[in-house]
Write a protein that binds this ligand. Structure first.
Ligand code: SAM
Length: 306
């Protein structure tokens, strides 16, 4: 009869064999273009709603944080791999995820500047607000009025139609190089800056060391935000755009009813990636860590080129 010890070592060795088999299996390429990924998730609506229930009740040191079990595992592992010098979170809510990030970074013993932006910081829990390792910035991710200077010379009509959904009375558009006799050569010095700064007039490229980990969790104008940050991001920087799964509920808590987020965020990502297919690649390793079953369908991607 097998003793407890032999039974234990049998279980361990079959577990180890399974892990080894898994690790030696041929892995797909890690970074791929956005167009090579399908846009639908595999999670059933029922599982999504049930897991949302737990997600909305999740706390860290008593502070609510809106991350589910998939997010918490993947993000802590990503933080270890990337060791970002700067973490930018868009959408602080109670401050739970900023506090969690600060604690994880501290446990990992590397230094990172953690910035969390929210349109309304009055919701912050005291424990999160008092965390010395997080800088909170109150502000609209993209405050109006906007001055939009179209100077990329591609798909102007598509861009303007897209922006039409987000611009407000008082916003200003300048489309460059509309004079038919303008030479097509784009000289240096023509590049203009947009006049808004979602991070409180920081001189981003000078003051925030790379690599960056940018966690978009405010759910608005994703394409505008990504385009803005595109000017400052460097190869090696990493984006995590939350809530890209079209069946994700748009409201907090099942009791409030179910209203799917829909394809809007994924469509915005598609638009952003259209002319940047070589610059940003989806991270299949973390996108597929648990399969196509998280709230972030294709939400992990990395800047791989200038
Ligand atoms: C999903 S919650 C963030 C949850 C938080 N990251 C967590 O995991 O605990 C979204 C937050 O985005 C904020 N928000 C919404 N619109 C915004 C905007 N235009 N600029 C900045 N923050 C915004 C909301 O106030 C809200 O606190």
């Amino acid at each position: 009869m097998a003793t407890n010890q032999t039974l234990g070592s049998k279980i361990i060795s079959s577990y180890e064999t399974a892990v080894e088999n898994h690790l030696s299996a041929e892995e797909p390429a890690r970074y791929v273009q956005f167009k090579d990924r399908r846009l639908s998730g595999d999670m059933s609506l029922e599982t999504m709603l049930n897991s949302s229930h737990g997600k909305f009740l999740t706390t860290w040191r008593g502070v609510p944080l809106m991350k589910d079990c998939f997010d918490l595992i993947i993000t802590q592992q990503l933080l270890w791999d990337l060791k970002p010098q700067t973490v930018i979170e868009l959408g602080a809510y109670k401050g739970g995820s900023a506090l969690w990030t600060a604690d994880i970074v501290k446990a990992y013993r590397f230094k990172s500047r953690i910035i969390s932006v929210d349109i309304n910081l009055s919701m912050l829990c005291p424990l999160a607000r008092e965390c010395p390792d997080v800088t909170y910035i109150e502000g609209d991710e993209l405050p109006h009025p906007w001055f939009i200077n179209e100077d990329v010379h591609v798909n102007v009509v598509g861009l303007l139609e897209y922006l039409d959904k987000f611009t407000e009375p008082g916003d200003y558009l300048l489309v460059e190089d509309t004079n038919p006799i303008k030479p097509t050569y784009i000289g240096q010095g023509l590049v203009k800056e947009l006049r808004y700064d979602p991070l409180g007039n920081e001189k981003l490229e000078q003051t925030l060391p790379h690599p960056w980990f940018v966690n978009e969790d405010a759910r608005i104008s994703v394409v505008g935000l990504l385009e803005y940050l595109d000017k400052f991001m460097e190869p090696g920087d990493y984006h995590l755009v939350e809530d890209t799964n079209p069946i994700k509920a748009s409201k907090i808590g099942q009791g409030l009813g179910y209203d799917p987020l829909g394809n809007e965020t994924l469509e915005q990502l598609k638009l952003f990636m259209k002319d940047r297919a070589d610059r940003y690649h989806g991270d299949q390793y973390f996108n597929d860590f648990f399969g196509y079953v998280t709230c972030k369908t294709n939400g992990h991607f990395k800047r791989v080129w200038f």
